[in-house]
Design a protein around this ligand. Structure first.
Ligand SMILES: C=CC1=C(C)c2cc3[nH]c(cc4nc(cc5[nH]c(cc1n2)c(C)c5CCC(=O)O)C(CCC(=O)O)=C4C)c(C)c3C=C
Ligand SMILES: [Fe+2]
Ligand SMILES: [Fe+2]
Length: 352
């Protein structure tokens, strides 16, 4: 028997309710929003805000929207999660054990980590499925994993993948999906819309990063490497470059605001109004902070923003589908785990 054990790979996404019923959506929202990294205000204030205001009012509305995206196999986010688990396991082979977890609800990180027991792992790679780092997402996954393993008697080597906003395969995978739409129709503008964050959370990093934020739209370097906004602009620049989209033909924006505090700008709904006011008629929209289709892509970008665009005189608003289970995305994940480029079999044959 080999002296070295297998490597466990924990892929983690945001989470989704167990069903689209109001009680399950309320349970999901409560767990999610009581995370101190998501609503980063003192505990008692957060408790009151979540339990007395947000969960009761938002759950019935969100449940209706979840019912719209729900399939006979469940929520798209979870369906694609399991599909990616299966495909990545196949791609990595028998020296790896791949498990899917959701940061909130099920399968929980705890349940997934339990499944690693008995596999004699030497190492675990934690791979949060968020291209750009934010304390509310990647940071929260890290904290949950560290809390859990802190109780283990034997803690194996653990590697945390931080972000992949500029990974060549991530960019290529999204660009391939965009290219199909660009070949099938013509667009006069491109929008890269990202999940937003409260501005307050961006400024919490200011003592660690020296991002001036005014510059995070144009440069990405060691000083602003952990600025979520700078990362989103960098992903957009790389995608635009790959697709040959000139700077004046695209706009970066932020969606999915919650509450009345200021979130990072520009807001996608404001951008839509500004574009239609300029006479833009045909838009191709990318949502590159999500790696699988979910409520925030299919409904918010694909339907609600489309309606807003059309109400304001726009003609075509087309959402580029998410990476879901695309082969290049699986290659990207494989490279993130192994830290080696995937060599296509055809190329190996040609060299030989
Ligand atoms: C892509 C990265 C994400 C960041 C950053 C993020 C921050 C963040 N989100 C909320 C509040 C909500 N988000 C909701 C859904 C949701 N969020 C992400 C990802 C990020 N969130 C995903 C993938 C999803 C979709 C899940 C699905 O099941 O389809 C929701 C629930 C849905 C709704 O009621 O609209 C809320 C609420 C905050 C407050 C926040 C930053 C602090
Ligand atoms: Fe969110
Ligand atoms: Fe910044």
């Amino acid at each position: 028997m080999s002296k070295t054990g297998k490597t466990g790979v924990l892929i983690v996404n945001q989470g989704t309710p167990d069903s689209p019923s109001v009680p399950d959506v309320r349970k999901y929202l409560r767990e999610f929003l009581m995370d101190e990294r998501v609503i980063d205000i003192p505990y008692m204030n957060r408790w009151a805000l979540v339990n007395l205001i947000i969960a009761p009012t938002r759950a019935p509305k969100s449940a209706k929207v979840y019912q719209e995206v729900w399939t006979s196999n469940g929520s798209p986010l979870k369906i694609y999660g399991y599909r990616v688990e299966e495909l990545l396991q196949k791609a990595l082979g028998k020296d790896y054990v791949v498990k899917l977890a959701m940061r909130y609800q099920s399968p929980s990180i705890e349940e997934a980590m339990e499944k690693f027991k008995g596999h004699h792992l030497s190492k675990i790679v934690i791979l949060p499925l968020y291209p750009q780092y934010a304390s509310a997402t990647t940071g929260s996954v890290y904290q949950k994993v560290m809390d859990l393993v802190s109780n283990w008697q034997v803690i194996p080597e653990i590697r945390f993948v931080n972000s992949f906003l500029d990974h060549p395969k991530f960019i290529e995978a999204f660009a391939e999906l965009g290219k199909k739409h660009m070949l099938a129709a013509s667009y006069d503008h491109y929008v890269f819309t990202y999940h937003g964050l409260p501005e307050r959370q961006l400024h919490k990093n200011d003592s660690i990063t020296s991002c001036e934020h005014a510059n995070c739209t144009t440069s990405y370097n060691a000083t602003n490497q952990f600025c979520y906004r700078a990362q989103c602009y960098e992903t957009s620049r790389l995608l635009a470059e790959k697709l040959g989209i000139a700077e004046e033909h695209y706009t970066v924006s932020f969606q999915s605001r919650l509450g009345n505090d200021p979130w990072i700008k520009p807001y996608t709904d404001d951008v839509i109004q500004a574009l239609t006011a300029k006479g833009i008629k045909r838009v191709l929209a990318f949502a590159p902070s999500f790696v699988a289709d979910c409520l925030e892509t299919t409904v918010e970008v694909g339907r609600e923003y489309k309606e807003l665009f059309e109400e304001n005189g726009g003609e075509i608003w087309q959402l580029v589908e998410s990476l879901n289970d695309s082969p290049l995305w699986i290659e990207c994940l494989q490279e993130l785990v192994t830290e080696n480029p995937v060599v296509a079999p055809a190329k190996v044959l040609r060299v030989a």
